[in-house]
Design a protein around this ligand. Structure first.
Ligand code: TDO
Length: 181
């Protein structure tokens, strides 16, 4: 039953909007389908008597067929927000090890089925997931919560110092229908 069909109880509940379903009965998010080509793998951590083990990436998960050309880590101070990034040829695979981040995506690829779509995913050690972002998809990261966020990027093509495959737009650009700040 959609929230519109839900009868507003009489009297005191006449104002406000009823909640929509946000998760399934096994806590999987009910969210808009991701952007075409974006892959998400939700991962469960393994509890051991000495701590937790969390896998980050396996080829056989079939998220993509590209190699891992480089792995680097990036910290984001609490409350910091990156601008919008996009790569012409590089595939990003983001994993948040500590803290919590919101990954916001915008499909700027004119030929894409999801051209113009915006999508968000919040990830972190309490809800581990690797998010694969294909070339041409704009992405911006916000560090949520009190901790410095630490994220890994397992890219298919190593960073080219002389000619970085990196395009940027400001976090509040009017070219994208979502403001990161
Ligand atoms: C990616 C990279 C950057 N650098 C240098 C270039 C620059 O001086 C500094 C910061 O790099 P960038 O400006 O590319 O970093 P940043 O803008 O944070 O972007 C990086 O963060 C995440 C969130 C992304 O989505 C990626 O696209 C990744 O490039 O580090 C390296 O030395 N090696 C590398 O592999």
């Amino acid at each position: 039953m959609s929230s519109e069909d839900r009868q507003k109880p009489e009297g005191w509940m006449a104002i406000g909007t009823p909640d929509r379903q946000t998760v399934t009965a096994d806590w999987m998010p009910i969210e808009a389908p991701a952007i075409d080509g974006v892959q998400i793998k939700e991962i469960r951590s393994v509890a051991t008597s000495t701590g937790y083990l969390t896998e980050i990436f396996r080829k056989e998960w079939g998220l993509d067929t590209l190699p891992v050309g480089q792995v680097f880590q990036r910290t984001l101070y609490p409350g910091s927000v990156t601008g919008w990034h996009a790569h012409a040829a590089t595939q990003d695979r983001l994993f948040c090890c500590t803290g919590s981040i919101r990954i916001s995506l915008y499909d700027g690829r004119k030929a894409s089925l999801s051209f113009g779509a915006v999508w968000h995913k919040i990830v972190g050690p309490l809800r581990p997931a690797v998010v694969v972002i294909p070339p041409g998809v704009w992405h911006g990261i916000a560090a949520l919560g009190p901790e410095t966020a630490l994220l890994l990027n397992l890219v298919d093509k190593a960073y080219a110092f002389e000619d970085p495959d990196h395009w940027r737009l400001p976090p509040d650009t009017d070219l994208i229908p979502y403001k990161l700040v």
